[in-house]
Design a protein around this ligand. Structure first.
Ligand SMILES: C[S@@+](CC[C@H](N)C(=O)[O-])C[C@H]1O[C@@H](n2cnc3c(N)ncnc32)[C@H](O)[C@@H]1O
Length: 332
């Protein structure tokens, strides 16, 4: 976790409060104010994690720390924190409890992302740590924009996809090393006071961004500059589209690249022909070609539904533009 030297920090769902204690101690000399919170009541917490008693006492005696119990991270309210917005919100290893169930884990994460804007300062950051493989980001940490389609594992918590619905973009991924917080003992494995495996865990730093709407395909100059450049930390979606070639001699690959990138407002980042699906139709005396489009926004949040609606809008616009501009391709 990177340096925090001032401002207000909210720590959510902190198990036995040992991370809070370690983190607060590290920032004792800085001008940082903390709210340390857990989901459980004080009695439930001490009953579940007996070591939390001394952490509560220590934190409770610190002038720059406020403790709050029964704080559900999916229902955050500004009045719980005396109207204080936070520059930094930290949540480590949230888990709905019990045996891991992907649907419940995703619902918890969605609820957290939906709730956080209520208490996050406009330029604030949300630092979320997850156990290995949960995020679904398989690119190596620190990987950069490239021509490779990122290998996101959708059979995971798919964190960047969930975050996009609430207007959060992932800016940075770092290793989470528990040894950086002396005294921190992770808890909560199967809702008990047992720890869990943390080697290879990741901290993801999210900031706010616009959520794109489906209603228009306005060209975005910044997005247009990144054709064929895919961002490893942004959601992407694949859509196939088929055309009849009206003139076999035309350079249809270049024509499609030019028009689809323009019409999509720069969000079609890549188009690849699928030659295995190409065929000649003798009845029409024309060749059918199929292209796979990779949709991605580098600068705003693109959700699955918005992308699907934009793909439909793109199809409508292609028909009009190709006819007006006499492009020798016909949408199938
Ligand atoms: C695996 S434990 C991790 C605990 C602690 N953050 C740590 O690093 O050791 C999962 C934690 O998520 C918390 N949690 C689950 N749902 C929550 C919610 N809706 N709001 C706040 N915390 C929640 C649980 O109370 C539990 O402490």
């Amino acid at each position: 976790m990177d340096q925090i030297t001032n401002g207000h920090v909210l720590i959510l769902g902190d198990g036995n409060l040992s991370f809070s204690l370690a983190f607060v101690k590290q920032h004792a000399a800085d001008g940082v104010h903390f709210w340390c919170t857990v989901m459980e009541s004080e009695a439930e917490l001490i009953n579940r994690y007996p070591t939390s008693r001394s952490n509560i006492d220590y934190l409770g005696a610190m002038p720059n720390v406020r403790l709050r119990f029964e704080t559900d991270a999916t229902r955050l309210k500004l009045e719980w924190f005396d109207g204080q917005l936070f520059e930094h919100i930290i949540m480590n290893f949230p888990h709905p409890g019990g045996k891991t169930n992907l649907r419940k884990c995703r619902a918890l994460l969605s609820g957290i992302f939906e709730s956080i804007p209520a208490v996050l300062a406009p330029a604030g950051r949300f630092l979320l740590s997850l156990a290995p493989k949960q995020s679904g980001l398989s690119s190596p940490i620190g990987s950069v924009i490239s021509s490779e389609v990122p290998a996101h594992n959708k059979d995971s918590w798919a964190v960047i996809y969930l975050a996009s619905y609430s207007g959060f973009l992932l800016q940075f991924v770092a290793n989470f090393d528990p040894r950086a917080y002396p005294g921190y003992t992770c808890t909560g494995y199967l809702s008990q006071s047992k720890g869990f495996h943390q080697t290879g865990s990741e901290t993801m730093i999210f900031t706010r961004a616009t959520v794109l709407s489906a209603s228009s395909l306005t060209a975005d100059e910044q997005e247009l500059q990144y054709f064929d450049q895919l961002h490893p930390l942004r959601p992407y979606y694949l859509h196939d589209v088929s055309f009849w070639l009206l003139n076999e001699d035309a350079d249809h690959a270049s024509l499609l690249k030019h028009w689809l990138v323009q019409i999509s407002g720069g969000l079609v980042k890549r188009l690849s022909p699928l030659p295995e699906l190409q065929y000649k139709c003798s009845e029409r005396n024309a060749t059918s070609v199929v292209y796979r489009l990779v949709w991605q926004s580098h600068f705003a949040c693109l959700t699955r539904e918005c992308c699907r609606d934009r793909q439909n809008l793109l199809r409508e616009r292609i028909t009009v533009v190709f006819s007006d501009e006499r492009v020798p391709l016909e949408l199938r």
